[in-house]
Structures are given as structure tokens and as C-alpha cells.
Design a protein around this ligand. Structure first.
Ligand SMILES: [Zn+2]
Length: 525
């Protein structure tokens, strides 16, 4: 039998189906006597390298995870978790803050060895290895620790994104104390950034060439702090300053003026225009999105229940309740049959139909079934900060792989992109939060599944909807109790009724706030 296997492997290797194995050498620039090698293979022009070999060469510890399809790399403070056949990696820092990063290619397993697309993985590896790492064809060059700079702030770089603008402040150590504020002067906006207890390389920063939105850079070093002043073109919608993931840089994300939607402006117009504004923002179209469908069954329950069937059942019952009981509210469905709809298309359908509220309906599941985890959760679009939120987002986003050309269509949900994406949504965020709060309460009143609260995670399906939006995980199909409720018509009716009650309550409060011109997020929380 062993000969047969060998011959088949050889044949596969020759025919190119099984990529040929090779090795990559590791060169330590500071200590040429030290060498190491890493098993690799190439597939479709990309070089994959053995995770265990890289870790061994760099002195990074590898911790197996109980789930055989995952592995964790541990540095001094940070950890990186990889999953087989999955492009998402989770980087966790010493404060237990997790970031979900997406590689352009999947992590893969051959036998029980994990392989990573090495070129894309090197920047991620910086979270664990402080030295310089550079790939030169089949050699990994490992450089010395970059010498500690005399300055804490060494430079600025600018990055124009399709949905915003990023300013990266390069820092050599973590600066915990910073703030920014903006002031429009004439046709420009001035942004002032203060970095406390820091020393800046004033010359380097002063000589940063202006680019994109930035017209002028000024820097001032006081005895204790650094003051950066940036002159930005035009009026700015908003900005957010925060530490960059992995490393000590600081990011300032700026959303473009066009992203400020009319929804965020309080009506200040004369009576006649005000009336028009009210009509425009009336809650007259609700978009219901039944999760999954067609070739994508979603999660599978303890008794083989398919998530796609449950979500459609609840959605149809909910749509019928709205049509019957809410005059002047149109229901738009992203699907009404067992059909596969791409995630980006769902947001498009919502936008094309002038939706004023987008509700995506799903069921949760744990990998091991049956499972004691039980409960419903309401999610808002924001970078997920907990392991659980990351796990759910990973599972719900997985389906994009069924779509052709998905790598190009979906921006990688790195923290940077996320800040900009969620800022583009900032006009709706407080409405989404408001609705999520009401929905949690109403579901809690009606259904016999515990309330796991309102949470945040990165769901592609919510990214594209330009309106208040939430995703609800109605319960766990991996839990016997939850599944029984979810698959019964009575259980689905109850869930639909509770979501309906939430929509009606939200509509009342939302329209009252429009009539009175008050901010609905004030007071009634
Ligand atoms: Zn789902």
C-alpha cells in the first residue's frame, strides 16, 4: 500500500496537482554562522512556509490549540492565532485586545503542518518578532533589532483610501497620552494633535511632503509634549485618533466630507424644508435580510436544521406582520426563496430600495454540538473586540468565499479599514444603537432564549447598507433548547413578533424625534 501511495504522490507532483516541496533558508544578518531552513511549497505563484519551522528559527513558541485546525504563536506580549483553510488571523495583545486581520490567501494545512503565505504573513509576524524580516526570493533575511531612536515620534505618512484618509504618526514607543481637535478656518480645516511626554524628530516631520488632504505640516516641540498642526483641504466630516494595531504608531482617521449624511444633521431649515426633510427620513421602508440561502446553508443544528431555513421562516413571518400592521411601511426582502445572494448585493438591494432600517437575521452555532451555549445577540457593525464576536464574524463572513472574485470586492477588514468603514456609517450609528437596544429588550420580553446583549463585530453584510442596521443572532442551533424554539413555527412566530414590536417602538420614537427635531439618542436610552 505504501508504494501505491508513493507512486500516486509522485504522479501528482509531476502532473503539478500536488505542489512540489522545497525549502527556504533563513539568514541571520548579525550572526552569519547561524542558519536555519524552513519547509515551503509554492501554489499559484505564492510561497507558503511552515509555521513551525519559522517559529523555531525565530525562537517563537508555538502552542497547540485544542481545536486541531488552529494553532497559536506566542511572542513576549502578543499572540497570533491561525486557522486552517481560513484567511483570517487573530492578533491579541497583552491587554487582551484582539484584532482580526485578513490575509489575501488562506492559511493551509498539509498533514498536520500549518503553512502560511509567507509574503503576506511577514508584516503580521512583526507583532511577535521585533527584528527586521525581509523576504528575498527563497531566503528570509533576519536583521538586527532596529536601534532605539532618540526620538519617540519619527515621522508622518499619509494614505488616501476610497472612503477616507489616514494619517500615520510613526512612534518608536507606545505613547499613551494623545488627543486631537479640529477647527475650520476659511476654506480649510486645521487639525491639532498633541502627543504628551514625547520627543519628536522635528526636522524629519517638518519635511514630510504634503499629500492628499494635507496641505501643510507644522510641528512644535515643547519641553514635554509634541504639537502637530496639519492644514487640511476643505471641510472635514469627522476624525478619530487611536493607537494602530500591532506596534506603537498612532493613526488619525479622517472621513471625507461627502460621508456626512443628511441623517446626521439636525433640521435647521425653515418650516417648508423641514416638512420635506421629515418625509425623506420617515421610516417607510424596512429591509429584511434572511441570512444565507441556496448553496450556503449557514450553520447546521443538532438535529441537522439549516440556518438558511430558519432565517427565511422568521423573515417571512416578520414581513407579514409588518405588512399587516404597519400602514405606510413597505417591506423589502433581500431574498424570499432558498436562493444564494452575495453579501455585497444585500446592502445594494437595501440602498436601491431606499431602506430606512436594515435587519439581517441569523442563527448562532458552536463548532461542537450539542453545546450548552444558549442565547440571542444583537450586533452592530464595529471591529469585534471579543473572541466570541470575532468567531461569529468569521463564520458569517466565510460565505464570501463562494463568490467569485471576492478578494477584490471586499476590503480587508483590518482595523484601519474598519475605522473608515464605521466612520462612513457614523451618521447612522446612533440610530443603529437605538434600534439594537430596543430589539434586545423586546426579544427578551417574548422569547425563552437568554439575552446575551448588544455586541459589536465586523460583518460584511452590514458594511454596505447606508441606513441604520443591525444583525441579530436569534439563538444557537448547536444548543438543543434554542434549536427546538428556532425550528418550530410557533417559536419563529414569537421571534418575528418580538422583532416586529421593536420595529414599531423604534418607528414611534424615531418619528417623534424627527417631528420634534430632537436627537433620539438623548434621554430615552
Ligand atoms: Zn448566519
Amino acid at each position: 500500500m505504501r508504494h501505491a501511495v508513493l507512486i500516486i504522490s509522485l504522479l501528482l507532483a509531476i502532473s503539478g496537482i500536488l505542489p512540489a516541496q522545497s525549502t527556504m533558508s533563513v539568514r541571520f544578518l548579525q550572526d552569519q554562522s547561524r542558519t536555519a531552513s524552513v519547509n515551503t511549497f509554492s501554489r499559484n505563484g505564492a510561497l507558503y512556509a511552515s509555521v513551525a519551522d519559522i517559529a523555531k528559527a525565530l525562537g517563537i513558541s508555538v502552542t497547540p490549540v485544542t481545536d486541531a485546525k488552529k494553532v497559536e504563536l506566542k511572542g513576549q506580549t502578543n499572540r497570533i492565532r491561525l486557522s486552517a483553510e481560513n484567511p483570517f488571523v487573530v492578533v491579541t495583545d497583552e491587554g487582551e485586545n484582539s484584532n482580526l486581520l485578513q490575509l489575501p490567501l488562506e492559511v493551509t494545512m498539509r498533514g498536520d503542518v500549518f503553512f502560511v503565505p509567507i509574503e503576506a504573513f511577514l508584516p503580521v509576524l512583526k507583532a511577535l518578532y521585533p527584528g527586521d524580516l525581509a523576504l528575498d526570493r527563497n531566503t528570509l533575511n533576519v536583521g538586527k533589532l532596529s536601534p532605539r531612536s532618540a526620538y519617540d515620534v519619527t515621522g508622518l505618512s499619509f494614505d488616501e483610501k476610497s472612503n477616507g484618509f489616514l494619517i500615520r504618526i510613526h512612534c518608536t514607543k507606545k505613547l499613551p497620552d494623545f488627543e486631537n481637535w479640529m477647527k475650520p478656518i476659511g476654506n480649510d480645516t486645521w487639525m491639532y494633535i498633541t502627543l504628551a511626554n514625547a520627543r519628536a524628530d522635528v526636522n524629519a516631520i517638518k519635511n514630510t511632503p504634503p499629500s492628499g488632504l494635507v496641505k501643510q505640516v507644522l510641528v512644535f516641540q515643547s519641553p514635554t509634549s509634541v504639537q502637530l498642526t496639519l492644514r487640511l483641504k476643505g471641510q472635514i466630516g469627522g476624525s478619530e485618533i487611536l493607537p494602530a494595531d500591532g506596534g506603537s504608531d498612532i493613526l488619525v482617521a479622517i472621513n471625507k466630507p461627502a460621508d456626512v449624511s443628511a441623517a446626521d444633521k439636525k433640521p435647521k431649515t425653515p418650516e417648508k424644508d423641514l416638512d420635506k426633510e421629515r418625509k425623506k427620513w420617515k421610516l417607510d421602508v424596512v429591509v429584511l435580510d434572511a441570512g444565507h440561502g441556496g448553496e450556503d446553508p449557514g450553520a447546521i443544528g443538532v438535529t441537522k436544521t439549516k440556518e438558511k431555513d430558519i432565517t427565511l421562516g422568521i423573515t417571512k413571518k416578520l414581513g407579514a406582520l409588518i405588512s399587516k400592521n404597519l400602514d405606510n411601511v413597505e417591506v423589502v426582502y433581500t431574498r424570499q426563496t432558498d436562493k444564494f445572494i452575495e453579501l455585497y448585493r444585500r446592502g445594494q438591494i437595501a440602498n436601491e430600495n431606499g431602506g430606512k432600517l436594515f435587519i439581517s437575521i441569523h442563527c448562532n452555532s458552536m463548532p461542537r454540538k450539542p453545546n450548552p451555549n444558549s442565547g440571542f445577540e444583537v450586533y452592530l457593525l464595529r471591529p469585534g473586540k471579543t473572541e466570541n464576536a470575532l468567531r461569529i464574524a468569521e463564520r458569517e463572513n466565510e460565505v464570501v468565499k463562494l463568490e467569485e472574485g471576492y478578494e477584490k470586492r471586499y476590503q480587508k477588514l483590518t482595523e484601519e479599514n474598519f475605522i473608515l468603514l464605521s466612520m462612513a456609517q457614523s451618521a447612522y450609528v446612533r440610530y443603529s444603537e437605538k434600534f439594537a437596544g430596543i430589539l434586545g429588550q423586546e426579544m427578551g420580553k417574548q422569547i425563552d432564549i437568554p439575552n446575551d446583549g448588544v455586541k459589536q463585530a465586523g460583518f460584511y453584510v452590514l458594511v454596505g447598507a447606508s441606513m441604520p442596521n443591525v444583525l441579530v443572532e436569534t439563538g444557537y442551533l448547536s444548543n438543543r433548547h434554542d434549536e427546538k424554539i428556532l425550528k418550530s413555527p410557533q417559536g419563529q412566530q414569537k421571534i418575528a413578533q418580538s422583532i416586529f414590536n421593536a420595529i414599531r417602538r423604534y418607528k414611534d420614537e424615531y418619528e417623534k424625534s424627527l417631528r420634534e427635531g430632537v436627537d433620539m439618542s438623548e434621554g430615552t436610552r
